[in-house]
Design a protein around this ligand. Structure first.
Ligand SMILES: *[C@@H]1O[C@H](CO)[C@@H](O)[C@H](O)[C@H]1NC(C)=O
Ligand SMILES: *[C@@H]1O[C@H](CO)[C@@H](O)[C@H](O)[C@H]1NC(C)=O
Ligand SMILES: *[C@@H]1O[C@H](CO)[C@@H](O)[C@H](O)[C@H]1NC(C)=O
Ligand SMILES: *[C@@H]1O[C@H](CO)[C@@H](O)[C@H](O)[C@H]1NC(C)=O
Ligand SMILES: *[C@@H]1O[C@H](CO)[C@@H](O)[C@H](O)[C@H]1NC(C)=O
Ligand SMILES: *[C@@H]1O[C@H](CO)[C@@H](O)[C@H](O)[C@H]1NC(C)=O
Ligand SMILES: *[C@@H]1O[C@H](CO)[C@@H](O)[C@H](O)[C@H]1NC(C)=O
Ligand SMILES: *[C@@H]1O[C@H](CO)[C@@H](O)[C@H](O)[C@H]1NC(C)=O
Ligand SMILES: *[C@@H]1O[C@H](CO)[C@@H](O)[C@H](O)[C@H]1NC(C)=O
Ligand SMILES: *[C@@H]1O[C@H](CO)[C@@H](O)[C@H](O)[C@H]1NC(C)=O
Ligand SMILES: *[C@@H]1O[C@H](CO)[C@@H](O)[C@H](O)[C@H]1NC(C)=O
Ligand SMILES: *[C@@H]1O[C@H](CO)[C@@H](O)[C@H](O)[C@H]1NC(C)=O
Length: 856
C-alpha cells in the first residue's frame, strides 16, 4: 500500500498509472493519507459485478408523469422559466408494491436468461433507474446485453472515499440564519442525504436532545428508515438523524468486506461521513475540544436540517458504484431534499461523454424528482481540466481557504523568531529551554548508522532520558511523515516518555513546499514548515554547540529557545483563496478529452482546515485518533457547506427547482476576498502561495458562496429535466447512450442545442468559430425592478448583450440575447462577465468563458 499523505491527488494518480497501470476510479476528497485502490476492479475468478439497466422506465418517472398531469405542468421549451414544485408525496403502499413488482420482474428475467446457472443479484434498482446489479461471468453479461428488455450493461467500478468558524466567515449569524429566524430554526424541515462512510450517531452534533424552547420537528416528508445492528442500536436515530442505512453488496460479493476493519452497518468507522454531515447540518453550539483544548463551538450551516445517511463507502478500501447507485436510489425514494456527495471519479468515465456514467445518470433522475445535488469538485487540481465532477445538473464545489489561522512560533536565543504550525500549547512564559537534536540524545549503544530514521523520534527506547529531560527535543520532519510511515503522535509520545519540555520539528528539505495541516499536540510543540527557516534553526543550534577540540565530542549544547503556543487563532489570512488541490475546469466532455460547453466548478466554498465532528473510534487520521472533532481539508469539506446553505434556500423558497437553487447560489457569489482584491487561486502544490494569480471561472466557477445574497437573488435562471435531455441529445452520437440510460428517444427532444444553450447562470463556449448567439431566460422572484446590463468581453471576442436595460415585474420573465464574435485566432481560454444591476440593489453575475476562438 502506498500512503499519499499531503501529496496532491494528481500526483497520486500518476503514481498509480506509472507504477501499477491499474484503475483508481473514485476518490475521497479529503487531503489525508490514504491508499490507492488499485486491484479492486479485478474480477473475482472470471465473474464480475455488472450494472444492468432495463428499457422500461423506473418508478420516479411514472410518479413524475402522474404529478405533471395533476398539476398541469407542461413539457417543452416553456419548462425553462417555470419552477417545478418538488414532488414530495407520501410514500404509499402502491409505491412499495411497484418496487417489489419490479424486483420480481428482474428476478424472473435473470431466471429466464440463466436457467440453472450460477449468478448473484446484488440490488434491484427501481426508483431512479430500472435495473439491477448482478455478479456474472463476461459471457453471461453478454447474453444479458442481447436481451430485448435490457438496454445497458456496464461493469461496476470502484469508488473511494475521497466548524467552529466558517458560519461567521460566511456571515450566517447576521445574514442567512438571521433571515431564516436564527440558528434555532435554520434549515428546519429540510432533509439532507449523505452518501459517504456512514455516521457516528452518538456524536453531540447529531443529538436531538435540545433543551431550547423550540424542540426538533419531525421531518415532514422523509420516509426513510434506520437500520438496527449491534453497532448501530435502536435509538441511534432521532429527529435530527432521521435515516441511516448501509449498502455493501458489491463489496461483500467480491469478498472484500472486512468486518474487522469496518462495520456492516451505518456506523462510521472512518470519520469522513461524520465530518461532512456535521459541516452541513451539525447542531449549533457543540463545543470543540481536541487534545484537551477548547477551540470554540461548532455549528453546521443548516443546524436544524435533518440528516439521512446512506453509507456506501468503507474504511480503507472505499466502495463500488453499484452500492453508490443503490444508495442514491434509496435516498430519492425516501424523499430527501438534497444529496451531498463528497466522492467523485479520479479517472474520466469512458464512452461518448463523461455525463453517461451510472452515478451521474442516477443523479439526473434525482434532479428530475426535485432533489438538489451537490458534489465535490475533486482534489485533482491545480492543472487545467482536472475537474472530477461533470454534469450540468450537478452543483460542483471547489475548495478555498478561510481567514482563521493558528499561528505559533519559536523564539531562539539569538533573538530570531521563526513561525510554525501546530495546535499545541507553548512553553512556560519567560523561560528559555535548551534545544537538543535527536542525534545528540541517543543511548550510548545507538548510532545514526544503526537506525537512519532515529532522528524522527519514533521510539523512546533509543534515547537517553537524562539528556532529553526538561529540554526541547528536535526531531526531523521527513517525507516519511507525509507518507504516514512516521507520525507526529508517536514523536510526541517519545518526547513525553523522555519528559521533554517540548518538541521542535525542523522540516527536512525533501518535504519543502508541502502545505502542512495544523496538527494537535498534547505538549508544547512546533513544526517549522519551510526548509529555509529550518536551516536557520539548525545553523543556530549548530553554531552554539561546543565541541572538544581533540575528540570532537560535544561538551555543551548552547542553543536555547521558547515556543509560543498555537492555540490562539487569528483571523488575519487573506481569504478566500482557491486551494491548489481544488479541481479545475474546463469541464471534460469526454476522455479524449474535449471541453464541454458547461462551467465547472459551479462555486467555491471553505474547504481547508475545517473543524468538524469526528468519530472517536475512526482510524482515518492518525492525528485525530480518539478525538471527537478533527480539522480536515479537501473539496469533501467544501461541498457540505453548500449543501447546508442550499437547505436554507429551500427552506425559504420551497418551490424552487434544483436548477433555480443553483442559480441563486451562483449569480450572487462574491468575486473579492476580505482585502477587497480579486479572489486568488493557488497554481502549484509546491509553495502554493508563491504560485498564485487571480482566480478565473475555471478555478472558482461563479465565485465564492455568499449565503446572505443567495437568499435574495432577485433573478433566477431555471432549467428542467427536458432541457438536460436536449443537452444530452445534442452531443454528437449520443442517441443510443441516452436511450440506454433513460429509456427515452432523442427524437422527442430538441437535439440542435449546444451546451452553451442550456439556461445556466454562466456561458461557456469551448469553440467559437466566428460567431455565436446565446440566449438566457431569467425570471424575477423579487418585487419589480429595473436592471441595466453591463459586460466585459473575453480577450479575442467582441460581445453585445440585448437589451441593455429592462424592467421586470415579480414573476415575469425576460430573454437576454448575447452575440459573440471572435476577433482573433486563439486557443487560450479567455474570460469575461455579464452583470445585471438592479435599481433595488440586486446584482446578478454571469461568468463568460471562451476557449478556442477562430476569426475570419
Ligand atoms: C402526507 O401524509 C400526511 C399524514 O398522513 C398528510 O397530512 C399530508 O397531507 C400528506 N402529504 C402529501 C403530500 O400527500
Ligand atoms: C458553547 O456551547 C456551550 C454548550 O452548548 C454553551 O454553554 C456555551 O455558552 C457556548 N459558547 C459560546 C462561546 O457560544
Ligand atoms: C537579544 O535582544 C536583547 C534585548 O533586545 C539583547 O539584550 C540581547 O543582547 C540580544 N541578544 C542577541 C544574541 O542579539
Ligand atoms: C512510552 O512508554 C510506554 C511505557 O513505557 C511504552 O509502552 C511506549 O512504547 C513508549 N512510547 C514510545 C514512543 O517509545
Ligand atoms: C522561507 O520561505 C517561505 C516560503 O517560501 C517564506 O514565506 C519565508 O519568509 C522564508 N523565510 C525566510 C527567513 O526567508
Ligand atoms: C553543523 O556544523 C558542522 C561542522 O561544524 C557541519 O558539518 C554541518 O553541516 C552543520 N550542520 C548544519 C545543519 O548546519
Ligand atoms: C454578500 O452579500 C451581501 C448582501 O448582498 C453583501 O452585503 C455582502 O457584502 C456580500 N459579501 C461579500 C463578501 O461579497
Ligand atoms: C459526429 O460524429 C461523426 C462520427 O464521429 C462524424 O463523422 C460527424 O462529422 C460528427 N458530426 C458533427 C456535427 O460534428
Ligand atoms: C431547438 O433549439 C435551437 C437552439 O436553441 C432553437 O433555435 C430551435 O428553435 C429549437 N427547436 C425547437 C423545435 O424547439
Ligand atoms: C468554421 O466554420 C466554417 C463554416 O461556418 C467552416 O467552413 C470552417 O471550417 C470552420 N473552421 C474551423 C476551424 O472549424
Ligand atoms: C459580429 O459580426 C457580425 C457579422 O460580421 C456583425 O454584424 C455584428 O455587428 C458583430 N457583432 C459584434 C458584437 O461585434
Ligand atoms: C484565423 O485562422 C483562419 C484559419 O483557421 C484564417 O482563415 C483566418 O484568416 C485567421 N484569422 C486571423 C485574424 O488571423
Amino acid at each position: 500500500m502506498f500512503g499519499v499523505g499531503l501529496l496532491s491527488k494528481t500526483q497520486m494518480d500518476n503514481t498509480c498509472e506509472a507504477h501499477l497501470g491499474v484503475l483508481c476510479f473514485l476518490g475521497m476528497l479529503l487531503i489525508m493519507p490514504s491508499s490507492c485502490q488499485d486491484d479492486l476492479d479485478a474480477a473475482t475468478s472470471g465473474s464480475a459485478v455488472y450494472i444492468v439497466t432495463l428499457r422500461q422506465a423506473p418508478i420516479s418517472h411514472y410518479q413524475d408523469e402522474l404529478t405533471r398531469v395533476g398539476n398541469h405542468f407542461r413539457h417543452g421549451a416553456s419548462g425553462r422559466t417555470r419552477f417545478q414544485k418538488p414532488r414530495h408525496q407520501n410514500v404509499t403502499k402502491t409505491d412499495n408494491r411497484h418496487g417489489f413488482n419490479i424486483a420480481q420482474v428482474h428476478d424472473s428475467l435473470l431466471k429466464k436468461v440463466f436457467k440453472g446457472e450460477k449468478y448473484i443479484k446484488l440490488y434491484s434498482y427501481h426508483y431512479l433507474i430500472n435495473g439491477f446489479s448482478v455478479l456474472v461471468t463476461q459471457q453471461q453479461a453478454e447474453r444479458l446485453s442481447r436481451r430485448r428488455e435490457v438496454s445497458n450493461v456496464v461493469l461496476d467500478f470502484s469508488v473511494r472515499t475521497a466548524t467552529t468558524h466558517t458560519p461567521q466567515f460566511l456571515g450566517l449569524p447576521q445574514g442567512a440564519w438571521f433571515q431564516s429566524g436564527g440558528f434555532e430554526t435554520a434549515g428546519e424541515g429540510i432533509t439532507i442525504a449523505f452518501v459517504d462512510t456512514g455516521i457516528d450517531p452518538t456524536h453531540p452534533s447529531f443529538s436531538d436532545n435540545d433543551k431550547s424552547e423550540h424542540p426538533f420537528q419531525v421531518s415532514p416528508h422523509f420516509s426513510g428508515t434506520c437500520e438496527v445492528t449491534p453497532d448501530f442500536p435502536s435509538g441511534s436515530c432521532n429527529r435530527k438523524l432521521v435515516g441511516a442505512r448501509h449498502f455493501a453488496a458489491s463489496l461483500i460479493t467480491r469478498g472484500m468486506f472486512d468486518s474487522t476493519e469496518d462495520c456492516a452497518s451505518p456506523f462510521d468507522g472512518d470519520g469522513h461521513g461524520t465530518n461532512i454531515a456535521s459541516i452541513a447540518a451539525g447542531n449549533h453550539g457543540t463545543p470543540v475540544v481536541v487534545a484537551g483544548h477548547y477551540f470554540g463551538n461548532a455549528s453546521g450551516m443548516a443546524p436544524r436540517s435533518h440528516i439521512a445517511v446512506y453509507k456506501a463507502l468503507y474504511k480503507e478500501f472505499g466502495g463500488f458504484a453499484a452500492d453508490v447507485v443503490a444508495a442514491i436510489d434509496q435516498a430519492a425514494q425516501d424523499k430527501v431534499d438534497i444529496i451531498c456527495l463528497s466522492i467523485t471519479p479520479n479517472r474520466l468515465p469512458s464512452g461518448i461523454a463523461t455525463f453517461f456514467n451510472p452515478i451521474d445518470m442516477a443523479l439526473l433522475s434525482a434532479t428530475k424528482a426535485g432533489i438538489f445535488v451537490v458534489q465535490a469538485a475533486g482534489n485533482t487540481g491545480p492543472s487545467p481540466m482536472s475537474m472530477s465532477s461533470f454534469s450540468p445538473w450537478i452543483f460542483t464545489i471547489g475548495a478555498t481557504s478561510h481567514d482563521r489561522v493558528y499561528r505559533n512560533s519559536i523564539f531562539l536565543g539569538n533573538n530570531v523568531t521563526i513561525l510554525g504550525v501546530g495546535l499545541a500549547p507553548g512553553t512556560s512564559e519567560n523561560t528559555m529551554y535548551k534545544l537538543i537534536h535527536a542525534h545528540h540524545a541517543l543511548n550510548n549503544d545507538i548510532t545514526v548508522d544503526d537506525d537512519m530514521y532515529v532522528g524522527e523520534c519514533q521510539d523512546a527506547s533509543k534515547f537517553n532520558k537524562d539528556l532529553v529531560q526538561g529540554n526541547l527535543l528536535m526531531c526531523s520532519y521527513t517525507v516519511r511523515f507525509v507518507l504516514g510511515l512516521s507520525s507526529i503522535n508517536q514523536a510526541i509520545e517519545t518526547a513525553m516518555n523522555l519528559s521533554a519540555a517540548g518538541v521542535v520539528f525542523p522540516m527536512n528539505p525533501s518535504v519543502d513546499g508541502f502545505q502542512l495541516n495544523p496538527t494537535p499536540m498534547k505538549m508544547p510543540g512546533i513544526i517549522i514548515p519551510f526548509a529555509n527557516d529550518s536551516k536557520i534553526l539548525l545553523e543556530y543550534y549548530n553554531s552554539s554547540l561546543e565541541k572538544d577540540a581533540t575528540s570532537k565530542k560535544i561538551v555543551k549544547l548552547g542553543a536555547v529557545a521558547s515556543i509560543n503556543g498555537g492555540f490562539t487563532e487569528s483571523y488575519s489570512n487573506v481569504a478566500p483563496k482557491v486551494m491548489y488541490y481544488s479541481a479545475r475546469g474546463p469541464d471534460p466532455e469526454n476522455s479524449i478529452p474535449n471541453e464541454a460547453d458547461i462551467l465547472k466548478p459551479n462555486l467555491v466554498a471553505p474547504g481547508s482546515f475545517i473543524w468538524a465532528a469526528w468519530s472517536s473510534v475512526a482510524t482515518d487520521s492518525d492525528e485525530f485518533l480518539g478525538e471527537n472533532f478533527a480539522m480536515m481539508s479537501g473539496t469533501s469539506m467544501a461541498a457540505p457547506h453548500v449543501a447546508g446553505l442550499a437547505a436554507l434556500i429551500k427552506q425559504k423558497f420551497p418551490n424552487l427547482s434544483p436548477a433555480a437553487i443553483g442559480s441563486a447560489l451562483s449569480t450572487t457569489a462574491s468575486l473579492y476576498d476580505n482585502s477587497a482584491k480579486p479572489i486568488m487561486a493557488q497554481r502549484s502544490y509546491a509553495s502554493p502561495d508563491l504560485n498564485q494569480s487571480p482566480a478565473t471561472p475555471f478555478d472558482m466557477g461563479s465565485g465564492f458562496v455568499n449565503a446572505t445574497a443567495a437568499l435574495n437573488p432577485g433573478l433566477l435562471f431555471d432549467s428542467s429535466y427536458d432541457d438536460y435531455m436536449s443537452f444530452l441529445c445534442g452531443i454528437n452520437g449520443s442517441a443510443s447512450a441516452v436511450l440506454s440510460y433513460t429509456g427515452q428517444n432523442c427524437l422527442v427532444f430538441n437535439s440542435t442545442e449546444y451546451g452553451s444553450d442550456l439556461n445556466l447562470p454562466s456561458i461557456t463556449i469551448a469553440r467559437l468559430n466566428q460567431s455565436r448567439v446565446v440566449q438566457r431566460t431569467i425570471q424575477n422572484i423579487a418585487e419589480s425592478e429595473t436592471y441595466s446590463v453591463g459586460w466585459s468581453s473575453p480577450y479575442g471576442v467582441s460581445v453585445k448583450v440585448t437589451p441593455t436595460r429592462f424592467s421586470i415585474d415579480k414573476g415575469e420573465t425576460q430573454v437576454l440575447s448575447v452575440i459573440f464574435n471572435a476577433t482573433t485566432n486563439s486557443s487560450i481560454a479567455s474570460f469575461g462577465r455579464i452583470g445585471l444591476f438592479g435599481n433595488q440593489g440586486h446584482v446578478v453575475n454571469i461568468p463568460v468563458s471562451i476557449i478556442v476562438k477562430i476569426s475570419l
